[in-house]
Design a protein around this ligand. Structure first.
Ligand SMILES: *Cc1c(COP(=O)(O)O)cnc(C)c1O
Length: 459
């Protein structure tokens, strides 16, 4: 990277605005201290630009809001469900569609139905909830991401390591692997895409061993657009055709529609297997709701059906992926080292490299996240040893592989100007970085400590 990237033009205009709170430096200082230096504990009212997550934070279009009024709230067989079902069938190429209120329920229902304790679930990289749901059913999550040399120029770093997958199946036996999952884009690897060639090869291995392949496809449109832009042979195919081809290689899919559904809630499971659909539907009715609403209101199904079509628009996807690259280049220009190439939904800053004077056990990512909030009221999230490291109290400290800070970008929400504002202030943080202090945990729960732990600055 390093080259200047131009600001992409937003292919929409703004019809409805939501004021965001501007706070002075003294207020920000008081708020971050009240929150014990944990940004999850800040009220949204204390945040100027919220880049905590791209999940469920999307802006809907005028067309989707009109759809909200059209929502059919009938308990069974609602018109909005049929519209949702038809749209999902057309894009995802699978006949049986089960709605769910978000992705993790889809995971829970799938694993409750097909996974026996002690069995393995390989994935290019599990997202946290996918891993947790596998473990919860007694399964063993296995990550098999392709190892890419940073300097190779290879774009598709989200790929599955197909040779390692083949070897793993031979070692453990296909009978001990009820499903193989391909996550597109690969969220835990910076939102980087999986190539069509890799989809095809993974599918070939799964089917040779008689194991079904499911997609975890929260960001299917971003992945499809990267294939169009970066994989030879796909330049002139429409993004929708690319998505359709991708899903043809699978046996099923589960989706958190809070991302590429361009709505604020929703998800589904899709499958080609009637018997599996029947078994999952029983559980769906037990835990989510009847088979034609699955924990969602009719209006949500309506908004999602429209969102799945809008998210495939190529001017939108060009703007979306360019805006991520643009923020990346602005932050680099401000003197923050970022992970390159940028993916589909976030920019990751390498806080370990940025703050070499703060060791991993003093959470340099958290220091940077706090400094950015203090500087300009932006909320980001540490993805490093606070989130993924181990230890505390009496246990020995084990660091995460990298100390990152993620700036996740809600879809169609913030303008280029917001991102330029963040970068200008990030440059101020870069100027005084040697004065940033490490952090220590004051109190922590046993699980998922980053959400609720209290912290303090050292020194
Ligand atoms: C967000 C996400 C999930 C979980 O979905 P929720 O809607 O948050 O429950 C699962 N997999 C991936 C890849 C995700 O990004």
């Amino acid at each position: 990277m390093g080259e200047k990237i131009k600001a992409p033009v937003e292919p929409f205009r703004i019809k409805s605005v939501e004021p965001i709170p501007t706070l002075d430096a003294a207020t920000r200082e008081a708020k971050i201290r009240e929150a014990q230096f944990n940004l999850f504990k800040l009220d949204a009212e204390s945040v100027f630009i919220d880049l905590l997550t791209d999940s469920g934070t999307n802006a809907m279009s005028a067309h989707q809001w009109a759809g909200i009024m059209e929502g059919d709230e009938s308990y069974a067989g609602a018109r909005s469900f049929r519209r949702f079902e038809n749209t999902v069938q057309e894009i995802f190429r699978m006949p049986y569609i089960l709605p769910a209120h978000q992705g993790r329920v889809a995971e829970n229902i799938l694993f409750s139905t097909i996974l026996k304790p002690g069995q393995f679930v390989p994935n290019n990289t599990h997202f946290d909830t996918t891993r947790a749901n596998t473990l919860h059913k007694g399964g063993i999550p296995i990550d098999l991401p392709v190892a890419v040399d940073g300097s190779s120029g290879e774009y598709f770093r989200g790929n599955m390591d197909v040779l390692a997958l083949e070897k793993f199946i031979e070692d453990k036996g296909a009978e001990n692997i009820p499903v193989i999952i391909l996550t597109v884009t690969n969220n835990s690897v910076g939102g980087l895409p999986v190539s069509m060639e890799n989809v095809r090869q993974t599918s070939e291995v799964c089917h040779r061993f008689g194991i079904p392949m499911f997609f975890d496809c929260a960001r299917f449109a971003e992945n499809s657009y990267f294939i169009k832009k970066h994989e030879p042979g796909y330049e002139s195919r429409s993004v929708k055709e690319i998505a359709q081809e991708m899903f043809e290689y699978g046996d099923g899919a589960m989706m958190s529609a809070k991302k590429d559904g361009l709505a604020n809630i929703g998800g589904f499971i899709a499958t080609k297997d009637l018997e599996l659909a029947r078994r999952m539907r029983e559980l769906l009715i037990l835990v989510e709701g009847y088979a034609t609403y699955g924990g969602l209101a009719g209006r949500d199904l309506e908004a999602l059906a429209i969102g799945f079509e809008e998210v495939l628009a190529e001017d939108y996807l060009e703007y979306r992926t360019s805006q991520v690259a643009y923020l990346g280049s602005l932050l680099e220009g401000a003197g923050l080292p970022i992970v390159t190439p940028t993916g589909g939904h976030a920019v990751f800053v390498d806080a370990g490299e940025f703050l070499p004077h703060i060791p991993a056990e003093q959470f340099p990512g958290q220091s940077l996240a706090v400094a950015l909030y203090r500087e300009c009221g932006v909320r980001t999230v540490e993805i490093g040893s606070l989130m993924f490291g181990e230890g505390g109290d009496d246990a020995e400290f084990v660091p995460a592989p990298r100390e990152l800070v993620r700036l996740a970008m809600p879809r169609r929400v913030y303008t280029n100007t917001h991102y330029e504002f963040i970068a200008e202030h990030a440059a101020n943080v870069a100027k005084k970085k040697s004065s940033l202090k490490g952090m220590k945990i004051l109190s922590q729960p046993k699980l998922l400590r980053h959400f609720i732990c209290d912290l303090a600055e050292i020194g």
